[in-house]
Design a protein around this ligand. Structure first.
Ligand code: CTP
Length: 436
């Protein structure tokens, strides 16, 4: 794994897991990265600056200025120098301060100045990690674009066992490599900006959004339909057939589109989520209801994102009364539901159509087949085989395949960040249309 020439700013906070920061610094240097270390005052109690300076091959920074000679340690220059700011271990205290924008040490002022992606590796006791305050802070940080390397379950310094153990240095290194050096695009195509997306590498996962490069969105005023959640197919008034979709990915996309000024109609199946008031919510239950609503709203729309998990088969004739059990075997006759995406693909004309493919095998081939069959402009592939991707998770790892033959894989990221990547691609398509 190579991080050749990358500038990694390693932030170390006061946790027993600080000893792992030494291994981390060594691995980073071995991978070819240039490493600088900034520590909180308390971190020095857990691992010595001498150890970290020796392993990182650079002096350690702790204070705002050197009390001996008054030399200023500029958090601004540090933030500019870094290609990635990795805070490992990140204590509950530091995470809370980051979430609130507190700036009472050099590590934190540097965080507020950083233009590069920020990655945190939390480390704490299981109850501290599970506490609503910590989880709230992590949610806020994710929303701010911070990437979180989830802690693992295991024995903790307290002697208890549970989730809170900092991820192993090797795991953090792999995560970092994916953020900074995602695999190259499978094909160089003719879509404007497609190589730019690949080259962006960090797929908008950093605090770079604070860099303020946002132009007026090409989505502003566009009408977009998003399908999300799971459909429910009644067997009788009490029972139904459904699936594990949480709706998180579709809702995140709807929110991102709305944030960029699109007029979003969210055709939503079963989910526990609630959309922002700026989003028009059309609540449906069955695949047939979703079909009717999606087709109706698509007619006046500029595009659609098909993120729902639609049942492919539904009971042929749902019983009006609760079915009583009788005999040892029960046979349920199922009929195929309508393919909503394929229908929108058939009538789309110049509209933009984005699909999803959740696969468990032959992922790319299956996604390519769906892209063609359903008439998508691009399809977002995720594999259930990927750790951290799929139903109910907070993160996702996607590959985008477009109708021009471009195949661009992206690193594991929070669903809100993945939504940003998908919506960026939508903007590119609308931009391309504007140029024609
Ligand atoms: N889709 C849809 N209507 C359906 C089935 C799927 O709109 N009745 C959409 C999904 O929202 C997704 C895409 O089509 O954007 C692919 O869904 P998927 O379930 O992976 O594809 P299927 O065509 O159902 O193929 P299979 O289940 O055989 O893999």
């Amino acid at each position: 794994m190579s991080l050749s020439g990358k500038h990694i700013l390693l932030g170390v906070t006061g946790s027993i897991a600080a000893f792992k920061a030494a291994t981390l610094a060594r691995l980073l240097v071995r991978a070819g990265a240039k490493v600088r270390v900034v520590m909180t005052p308390l971190a020095k109690e857990f691992i010595t600056p001498l150890t970290m300076a020796t392993l990182s091959r650079n002096p350690i920074l702790v204070e705002f200025f050197d009390p001996e000679n008054g030399a200023w340690n500029s958090h601004v220059s540090l933030g500019e120098w870094a290609d990635c700011y990795l805070i490992a271990p990140a204590t509950a205290n530091t995470l809370a301060k980051m979430a609130c924008g507190v700036a009472d040490n050099l590590l934190l002022t540097t965080y507020l100045s950083a233009c590069a992606p920020v990655v945190v590796a939390p480390a704490m006791d299981l109850d501290m990690y599970a506490h609503a305050a910590t989880q709230r802070n992590l949610t806020a940080l994710r929303a701010d674009g911070v990437l979180v390397v989830e802690p693992s379950e295991g024995e903790l310094a307290s002697g208890l066992t549970g989730k809170g153990r900092m991820a192993e240095p090797e795991e953090i290194l792999t995560f970092l490599a994916e953020v900074l050096c995602p695999p190259a695009a499978g094909a160089v195509g003719s879509v404007p900006g497609a190589t730019g997306v690949g080259a962006a590498g960090v797929v908008g996962v950093g605090v770079g959004a604070a860099g303020g490069e946002k132009k007026k969105s090409k989505l502003s005023g566009r009408k977009i339909v998003v399908t999300a959640g799971a459909t429910i197919e009644a067997i009788d008034p009490v029972r139904y057939i459904s699936n594990h979709s949480s709706g998180k990915m579709g809702y995140a996309i709807a929110e991102e589109l709305a944030a960029r000024g699109a007029e979003v109609t969210l055709v939503s199946g079963r989910t526990a989520l609630t959309a922002s008031p700026t989003i028009r919510n059309v609540s449906v239950s069955s695949a047939q209801e979703m079909y009717d609503a999606a087709v109706e709203h698509f007619t006046n729309a500029d595009g659609a994102v098909m993120a729902a998990a639609v049942a492919d088969y539904a009971p042929a004739s749902p019983a009006a009364e609760k079915i009583k059990k009788s005999g040892g075997v029960m046979t349920l006759e199922l009929h195929k539901t309508k393919d909503i995406a394929a229908e929108l693909g058939r009538i789309k004309g110049e509209r933009l159509l984005v699909g999803f493919a959740l696969e468990t095998e032959n992922e790319q081939a299956n996604a390519e087949e769906k892209l063609r069959r359903k008439g998508f402009d691009f399809i977002v592939l995720n594999s259930l085989k990927d750790k951290g991707a799929g139903f109910g998770t907070e993160t996702n790892r996607i590959t985008i395949l477009d109708r021009f033959g471009n195949v661009v894989p992206y690193p594991l990221a929070p669903k809100s960040e993945v939504a940003r990547v998908i919506v960026d691609r939508m903007e590119e398509f609308f931009g391309q249309e504007a140029e024609l």
